[in-house]
Ligand binder design. Structure first.
Ligand code: MN
Length: 130
């Protein structure tokens, strides 16, 4: 269980968004969806998610740039960011980690494993809030 807040899913592809939402809601997580960086930033003004799932390929500001922004801001730097990388190109993972992502998931999403992967990146239930 999430325990402390929703998961913010930043994903511009409607099919991937729907799939991610269905799988994670079925696992007991609350999901907030954002189609682009602007929507994600607006969500973060109002809500502190437990985790951000970040598609790297977004229209406008891309996911790497948005992650760098979040990790540079004291208010958001402690929120774990897990990248969704469409193309398992050599170097993409390194780029994601270099931008400050805490981990990455390769698309297409493995729906059977997604809840466990997400759970592994969630803040520990007993850990103090930042
Ligand atoms: Mn995309």
């Amino acid at each position: 269980m999430s325990g402390r807040g929703p998961i913010l899913v930043v994903e511009d592809d409607a099919t991937n968004m729907k799939l991610t939402r269905i799988v994670l809601e079925a696992a007991g997580y609350a999901i907030i969806g954002a189609e682009n960086a602007g929507q994600a930033l607006a969500c973060l003004e109002a809500t502190r998610p437990a985790l951000v799932l970040m598609d790297l390929q977004l229209p406008g500001m891309d996911g790497l740039t948005l992650t760098r922004h979040l990790k540079a801001e004291p208010a958001t730097r402690d929120i774990p960011v897990v990248a969704l990388t469409a193309n398992a190109m050599v170097g993409d993972e390194a780029k994601a980690l270099e931008a400050g992502c805490d981990g990455y998931i390769t698309k297409p999403i493995d729906t059977r494993r997604l809840p466990a992967i997400v759970s592994s990146y969630m803040p520990r239930a007993g850990a103090p809030l930042p």
